[in-house]
Structure formats: structure tokens, C-alpha cells
Design a protein around this ligand. Structure first.
Ligand code: GLV
Ligand code: MN
Ligand code: MN
Length: 416
């Protein structure tokens, strides 16, 4: 086995071109993407990725959650594969890079290995995980979660979107329900390249984030019930305003998160107000509070204070309250050996780097439970993500993919 030399480089122009060709599928309204999971656009993006992989000589496996596994054979039939990848689905107002960089960065390392005629002992598998975003079907990281045994497939198939369409039916409809049993694959290691989605690397002027940990997450869905009534003629003391109840709970969420500053964040991104008419006092609101911290005890404290505080607010206002936990994962510590492979790769290639904790959830957070895992991050402009204006430079994406390349080939072991 020989080590990868610092002269081994990927083709940054080719990676950049593929990212922007993928972005033509499911365009958003402001230069980004709306390629939500299990839509026709998701199906189309999958076909393009499949074609590129087959052109690169990879063979495809698809499991019953629609996870795509594109394999480049290794020289040792007994060696477990090194997996790379991320997700091709986007937020409704998503950027071009969140997830896509990790999948197409994986494809780029395969194309580079082909160009250089390099064989590895371990196979390399490029993965597209289904429904990382969790917008259409909550929770996020759904299919990697089933793969890791965190959820059952039957439960996932029954999850409904806002129109009452089921995950399992939509997977079948777009033609991406595969045959493979979910989670049957065994892995040697997993590496995920992703944009940071926060401001630290850009502020610190670093090319690479070596991701040592991921913060944990808790999603609590609250349903507050009051009474629909006329906004003009109902006297103020007679109102049962569920919208106002929610507003007070959201103030509480801010207060709870700030009480743990700077190690916690909280907000509600999903809010449905009923009947959502300008002249009706809302009789019902359903919203999801997203609480995150790198520290499990902090998450537990925030969840408990939210439950008690929301109940008190609703009791005082004569409103009904139902609380349901709809998603979450504990803080993650990535594998030391894989993290070291990433750091060594950045050093070898001459890229500036620093250790970083991921603020966002990633499929790697679940896969870390199964196999040694690490993540590589590259900066994004103003730390902006989950926004169509999300932006990175070609140089940042090239650096990230090169570090991925080196970490992966070191782990998959070059044989010639
Ligand atoms: C996934 O995008 C998350 O919610 O962090
Ligand atoms: Mn992502
Ligand atoms: Mn995302």
C-alpha cells in the first residue's frame, strides 16, 4: 500500500459543473432549489446522478427506503466498502450545495480515481440518502435513521406530508423503492463532505472544518387549541387566541435557548395557523420547536422547561395544548481515527483547517452509530444556508472534495 501523495488532486471544474447541472433540476424561485424529497424533481435528480455514476463505471444498489448506493469495486473481495455521500433532496427554499456537494464530491473522487487509474483495496460506495431534510416528511435524516435502526421502515412508510400523502406511497410513485433490505450493508467507514451552514470557517479564514462532534437536536410539535371567532366583533376578554398562545411560547423558547448561551439554539420553523384567514382569530396552531445543543443535559433541560412553560401559558390563557416529540438525536462524537484521517489530509494538501462542531444534523450523525465516521466541512458565504442565496466558491468546494478524496483513499488503501 502506498500513501496518497500531495500531488493527487480532484478536478474542481468538473465537480463545479456537475453541481450546477444538478441545480437545473427543481429550480427554486431565487436561484436556489426546490427539489424536495420524493417529488418528481427528486426522481429526476436521482436519474441524472445514476447516469453519471454508471458513466463512471459504478454499479447501483437501491434499498427499500430509496437510499442509492453506487459501488466502485475494490481489489480485495473480503474488504468492506468505504462509504461516502450525503443527500440530493433540498429544502423548499434550499441552496445548491447543502447535501449536493457531499454526493457529487463523492462522485468526483470516483471520476478522479478512474482518470488516474488507481485501484483501492476496499470498494468505495457513493451514497444518496433519502429525505435528509425532513421538510416534507418529518423527521430529518429519515432514511439514514431507518438504515441505522433508529426507526422502523413500516413507521417511516406511514409518515404523511401536509397533503396526507404517505412516504411509502410517494417512494413507490417516483419509482425509487428498491429491493435491498435497509441496513443490511456492512461498512468499513463513512465520510460526509458538507458545507458548514454557519459562519465560523469564513470568519476564521479557514479552508476546511475538521468535524469532531455534531450537536444534538430535539423537535417538539405543539398543538394549541382555542376558538375560531371574528377578529372584529369578539370582545378582547372573550377571545381564545391560539396564535397569541404560540407567540408567548415562542418568546419562552428564545428565553430558554438564551439561558444556555452560547451552547444552545431554539426556534420554530414550522408553523401552521388555522384557519389562516385575515379576519378569523386563530382557533388552532400547530408548530414545531427545534432545540439544539452539543450537550445532552442541556437539550433535556430545554425540553423539560418548554413542556412545563407551554402548559402554564396555555392554562393561564384557557387554551388546550398537546405536545408530541417528532424527532431528535443525541449529540455525536465522530470517530477519532476518521477525524485524524481528515486532519492529516488537510495538512498534506496544505489547506488551513480547524476543528469544528456541526450545528446542523447530517446523515453521518446516524451512520456514526454503525461504523467509524467523520465529516469534512467547507465554508459558505455569510454562514447562510436553508436559503436560496446559499453560496460557496469553486475553490472551497475543490478543497473540501480534495480532503474527502485523500481521507477516503487513505482509508480504502491504494494498491497501485
Ligand atoms: C438538517 O438539515 C437539519 O435540520 O439540521
Ligand atoms: Mn444537508
Ligand atoms: Mn439541509
Amino acid at each position: 500500500m502506498s500513501a496518497a501523495g500531495e500531488n493527487l488532486r480532484i478536478n474542481g471544474d468538473r465537480l463545479w459543473a456537475s453541481i450546477h447541472e444538478m441545480a437545473e433540476i427543481g429550480p427554486g424561485v431565487a436561484g436556489g432549489n426546490n427539489r424536495q424529497t420524493l417529488t418528481d424533481e427528486d426522481g429526476e435528480g436521482r436519474h441524472l446522478f445514476k447516469k453519471w455514476c454508471e458513466d463512471a463505471g459504478l454499479t447501483m444498489g437501491v434499498d427499500q427506503m430509496g437510499n442509492m448506493f453506487m459501488t466502485r469495486a475494490g481489489t480485495d473481495p473480503d474488504a468492506l466498502p468505504v462509504y461516502v455521500g450525503s443527500h440530493l433532496d433540498t429544502q423548499p427554499t434550499g441552496g445548491r450545495y447543502d447535501g449536493i456537494l457531499g454526493v457529487l464530491g463523492g462522485l468526483e473522487i470516483i471520476r478522479t480515481l478512474n482518470d488516474l487509474d488507481i485501484q483501492t483495496k476496499h470498494p468505495i460506495v457513493v451514497t444518496n440518502w433519502t429525505n435528509e431534510e425532513g421538510t416534507r416528511f418529518a423527521p430529518a435524516m429519515l432514511a439514514s435513521g431507518v438504515f441505522a435502526g433508529m426507526h422502523t421502515q413500516d413507521w417511516a412508510y406511514e409518515i404523511e406530508d401536509a397533503e396526507g400523502k404517505k412516504f411509502g406511497d410517494e417512494l413507490e410513485r417516483i419509482g425509487w423503492r428498491g429491493d435491498e433490505k435497509v441496513g443490511a450493508r456492512k461498512m468499513h467507514a463513512f465520510f460526509e463532505l458538507h458545507i458548514e451552514q454557519g459562519p465560523i470557517l469564513e470568519i476564521e479564514n479557514k479552508d476546511i472544518g475538521v468535524v469532531t462532534h455534531g450537536q444534538g437536536l430535539s423537535w417538539t410539535q405543539l398543538t394549541i387549541t382555542g376558538k375560531d371567532s371574528h377578529t372584529g366583533s369578539t370582545p378582547m376578554p372573550m377571545r381564545k387566541n391560539a396564535g397569541l398562545g404560540m407567540a408567548r411560547v415562542l418568546e419562552l423558547v428564545e428565553e430558554i435557548a438564551l439561558s444556555h448561551a452560547p451552547n444552545a439554539v431554539g426556534a420554530a420553523g414550522h408553523i401552521d395557523v388555522y384557519p389562516n384567514s385575515r379576519n378569523v382569530i386563530p382557533g388552532k396552531v400547530v408548530f414545531t420547536v427545534d432545540l439544539r445543543s452539543p450537550d445532552l443535559a442541556t437539550i433535556e433541560d430545554m425540553e423539560a422547561r418548554l413542556a412545563v412553560g407551554a402548559q402554564k401559558i396555555c392554562d393561564d390563557m384557557g387554551l388546550g395544548l398537546e405536545i408530541e416529540k417528532v424527532g431528535g438525536f443525541d449529540p455525536v462524537t465522530f470517530d477519532e481515527k476518521c477525524v485524524t484521517a481528515v486532519r492529516d489530509a488537510a495538512n498534506r494538501l496544505g489547506y488551513s483547517h480547524q476543528d469544528i462542531i456541526s450545528g446542523a444534523g447530517h446523515d453521518a450523525c446516524w451512520i456514526n452509530r454503525l461504523t467509524p465516521t467523520a465529516m469534512i466541512m467547507c465554508p459558505c458565504v455569510d454562514g447562510l444556508s436553508h436559503n436560496e442565496a446559499e453560496n460557496i466558491s469553486k475553490e472551497w468546494s475543490t478543497a473540501g472534495a480534495e480532503v474527502l478524496f485523500h481521507a477516503v483513499v487513505e482509508t480504502a488503501e491504494i494498491v497501485k
